[in-house]
Design a binder for this molecule. Structure first.
Ligand code: AMP
Ligand code: ZN
Length: 370
C-alpha cells in the first residue's frame, strides 16, 4: 500500500519512498520548554503521533525523534525573570509537557534529545561551516552566509530579490538574511555560556535542530515535521546549514501542520490568547475528546478553537464509544481496506472518523463487526 503525503518542499502530494525499505525516520521540532504548552503546540504533537501510527499501521518500523529546546532566547529570558537556573526551569516545563502527551495517548518518540546535551556537536558543525567558508565571525557571533548557499529559501519559496526586514543580529552581517549559528556571550546570558574555538557563547536555535536530527538519524532524513510557522526561518535555515556541511539532501519530505486559531488569530503565547490542556480539562472535557476535536480537522487546515466545538467533539466521542462498546469485535475486510486508503491519503483523519461513523450505521454488518 502506497502512502501519500503533501510535501511542503515540492508543493505536491507524493508517494512516500523510504530511504531504507520498510523503515521511516522522522524528526519533529519539539517544545521550547519555558512555559506550559498550549493546545496549538499539542495539535502539532498529535499530528506527528498520527503520522507515526499511520506508518506503524502500514507495517513500517518507525524511528522518531522529538527534540527538547532547552536553551534559546526564550528559555534564558524566562529563567532570568523567574530567577531560577535554566535547567530547573526547563525540567519543570518538560515534565508538564510529557504529562500532556501521556494524557493525549501520544506515543513517546524513540529519541528525545535535549539541545543542552548536543552543544559539542553544534560547535563541531559550526567549525566545519567556518572551515568550508559558509560561515563568518562578526562582533556578536558566528553567522551563516546565505549567499554561499545553493537554493536558499526553496522550502519557503522565498523571493531573494525582494527587500528584507531581517536585521536580526549584528550590524556587521554580510547579507540581511544571514542568521546566527552562535551568539557570543553577553551579560544578559548570565551563567549560560560554552567555550568554543571561535569564542565563548551559545548556539542559535536553527543549528540545534540540524545537529540533533543528524546525530540521531544520519545526514538525510525521510521526514521532518513541525508547525507551518517553522517553514521560515527555522526549517529554511536548517536545510541551508545542513546541506552546506554534508553536500547531501537534508530531508526528503517536509510535513507541516496548520495552526489552532482562536477568534481568527493564531493561538500563541506571545499574543496571550492561548489555552492549555489543563484549562480544557477544567471544563470537564476528557483529554481524548480534545484529541477527537483535533482529528476532526485535516492537519493542513486551520482548526478554529471554540468551546462549542470542543463540547461537540466530546458528545460525538461519547456516542461513538457507546456504539463500539466493550467487546472485542472482528474486522470487516472491506472497511479495513477503505480505512487504510483514507489514512494513506495525506493523513485524512476527518474522513477516517466519518468512516468509523459509517460502520456504526451499516445495518448489513453483524454486531461483532461494528
Ligand atoms: P514551540 O514550543 O513554540 O517551539 O512550538 C512547538 C510546536 O508547536 C512547533 O511545531 C510549532 O510550529 C507548533 N505551534 C505553535 N503554535 C501553534 C498553533 N497555534 N497551532 C498549531 N501548531 C502550533
Ligand atoms: Zn526545530
Amino acid at each position: 500500500m502506497d502512502l501519500t503525503f503533501y510535501n511542503t518542499l515540492t508543493d505536491k502530494k507524493e508517494i512516500f519512498v523510504p530511504l531504507k525499505k520498510n523503515n521511516v525516520s522522522i524528526y519533529q521540532c519539539g517544545p521550547t520548554v519555558y512555559d506550559y504548552a498550549h493546545i496549538g503546540n499539542l495539535r502539532a504533537a498529535i499530528t506527528n503521533d498520527i503520522l507515526r501510527r499511520v506508518f506503524e499501521y502500514a507495517g513500517y518500523k518507525v524511528n522518531q525523534v522529538m527534540n527538547i529546546t532547552d536553551i534559546d532566547d526564550k528559555t534564558i529570558g524566562r529563567s532570568k525573570e523567574e530567577r531560577i537556573p535554566l535547567s530547573e526551569l526547563t525540567r519543570k516545563y518538560e515534565d508538564f509537557y510529557f504529562a500532556d502527551l501521556r494524557n493525549l495517548n501520544i506515543k513517546i518518540p524513540e529519541h528525545l534529545p535535549h539541545a543542552t546535551n548536543h552543544i559539542g556537536g553544534m560547535i563541531a558543525m559550526i567549525e566545519k561551516l567556518l572551515w568550508k567558508g559558509f560561515a563568518y565571525t562578526t562582533t556578536d557571533g558566528v553567522y551563516f552566509d546565505v549567499s554561499k548557499s545553493k537554493n536558499y529559501g526553496a522550502l519557503a519559496k522565498l523571493d531573494l530579490t525582494a527587500e528584507t526586514q531581517s536585521r536580526a543580529g549584528g550590524e556587521d552581517k554580510k547579507n540581511e538574511r544571514d542568521f546566527a549559528l552562535w551568539k557570543f556571550w553577553t551579560p544578559d546570558d548570565g551563567p549560560v555560556a560554552f567555550d568554543a574555538s571561535f569564542g565563548r557563547g551559545r548556539p542559535g536555535w536553527h543549528i540545534e535542530c540540524s545537529v540533533m536530527a543528524m546525530s540521531e538519524l544520519g545526514e538525510t532524513l525521510d521526514i521532518h515535521a513541525g508547525g507551518i510557522d517553522l517553514i521560515f526561518p527555522h526549517h529554511t535555515n536548517e536545510i541551508a546549514q545542513s546541506e552546506a556541511v554534508t553536500g547531501k539532501p537534508f530531508v526528503n519530505l517536509w510535513i507541516h501542520n496548520e495552526f489552532v486559531m482562536i477568534d481568527g488569530q493564531k493561538m500563541s503565547k506571545s499574543l496571550g490568547n492561548h489555552t492549555t490542556l489543563k484549562t480544557v480539562l477544567g471544563h470537564k472535557i476528557m483529554p481524548l475528546a480534545f484529541r477527537y476535536w483535533v482529528l476532526g480537522t485535516h492537519y493542513r487546515t486551520h482548526a478554529n478553537f471554540t468551546w462549542e466545538a470542543i463540547d461537540g467533539a466530546q458528545n460525538a466521542l461519547r456516542k461513538l464509544s457507546a456504539h463500539i462498546g466493550e467487546g472485542v469485535g472482528v474486522i470487516n475486510e472491506s472497511y479495513r481496506k477503505r480505512f487504510l486508503e483514507i489514512i494513506a491519503n495525506d493523513l485524512d483523519m476527518p474522513r477516517a472518523l466519518a468512516l468509523a461513523w459509517e460502520v456504526t450505521k451499516d445495518t448489513s454488518l453483524s454486531n461483532a463487526e461494528k
